[in-house]
Write a protein that binds this ligand. Structure first.
Ligand code: MEV
Length: 291
């Protein structure tokens, strides 16, 4: 028997970092996926999930999700492994897959919000909130039909891991708790505004302003590198908007920048002049698939 699992990467439209501390986030699954297949005989099932992981590593995964760039590659991997393991136990509920993937993520990252594995499991657009360690609330939102095209521009691989970036904010909260909480509250306002706006058609200028405002708050948090911020400024100069999506990075790159522009040709011209890497993405993609 051959089982194939596939899980999508994600973008965080708004709410990264704040979501670790119980504030809401708005996420979407994107059309970049990680896939692997395992030939499995009933007599030769892996005895535990770690043996399964070893087999997956040996056989190799196919992935269109850039590694360590804020697109949820590690969560997609955790979701795919969890889905495969549970399928072998005869369980295929998304709830169980998501719970197991969260535990795998915790082994790798220490204190994840659970947002990345949840969007990779369920897909679509998601409102997500980690109320407490054992209470995580989320709701799938309507996928908007009329939304601007989104692009990702690579600002360079971050030197820091997601865990290091999350720990960095953890330290900042200890020293400057008022300031950071105020930034989180402002981010929450954007998340709410954006989520409510999905009910209607989103005017381009509204999305542009929300992305710009969110990026400014992420700069204040200290999770954007000078290289990445320079790129954001260049996009803003030609009347577009860009923000990091994910944990960011301080020293070198900050991973992928989520970019919108009303005139795509202008954006493409900037990207080719600067020799940046850009990819077009579609949002609201399907979550985990087992076949
Ligand atoms: C990582 O994609 C997003 C962070 O908010 C961490 C997390 O939610 O676990 C930085």
């Amino acid at each position: 028997m051959n089982i194939t699992v596939s899980a999508p990467g994600k973008v965080i439209l708004s709410g990264e970092h704040a979501v670790v501390y119980g504030y809401p986030a708005l996420l979407s699954a994107v059309n970049r996926r990680l896939t692997f297949s395992l030939p499995l005989q009933k007599t030769d099932y892996p005895k535990d999930i770690w043996e399964l992981e070893k087999r997956v590593r040996d056989i190799g995964v196919k992935s269109g999700i850039p590694l360590g760039s804020g697109m949820g590659s590690s969560a997609a991997y955790a979701v795919a492994v969890a889905a495969m393991w549970l399928k072998l136990q005869g369980i295929s509920t998304k709830k169980k897959i998501n719970e197991l993937a969260y535990n795998i993520e915790k082994k790798h990252h220490g204190n994840p919000s659970g947002a990345d594995n949840t969007i990779s499991t369920y897909g679509g657009y998601l409102w997500y909130r980690k109320e407490t360690e054992s209470l995580k609330t989320f709701q799938r939102l309507k996928v908007p039909t009329n939304t601007p095209s989104f692009y990702l521009i690579n600002s360079g691989k971050p030197e820091e891991t997601t865990k290091e970036m999350v720990d960095f904010i953890g330290e900042r909260i200890k020293d400057r708790s008022r300031v950071i909480k105020d930034i989180f509250l402002q981010i929450e306002k954007i998340v709410r505004h954006w989520a409510q706006s999905l009910e209607k058609d989103l005017p381009f200028n509204l999305i542009k302003e929300m992305i710009r405002d969110n990026q400014r708050l992420l700069v204040q948090l200290g999770v954007v590198s000078p290289v990445a911020q320079h790129m954001v400024s260049e996009v803003e100069k030609i009347d577009g908007a860009a923000k990091i999506t994910g944990a960011g990075g301080r020293l070198k790159g900050s991973g992928m920048l989520l970019v919108v522009h009303q005139d795509v040709e202008k954006l493409k011209l900037l990207v080719s002049t600067k020799r940046w890497d850009m990819l077009a993405i579609t949002l609201g993609e399907k979550g985990v698939i087992i076949s």
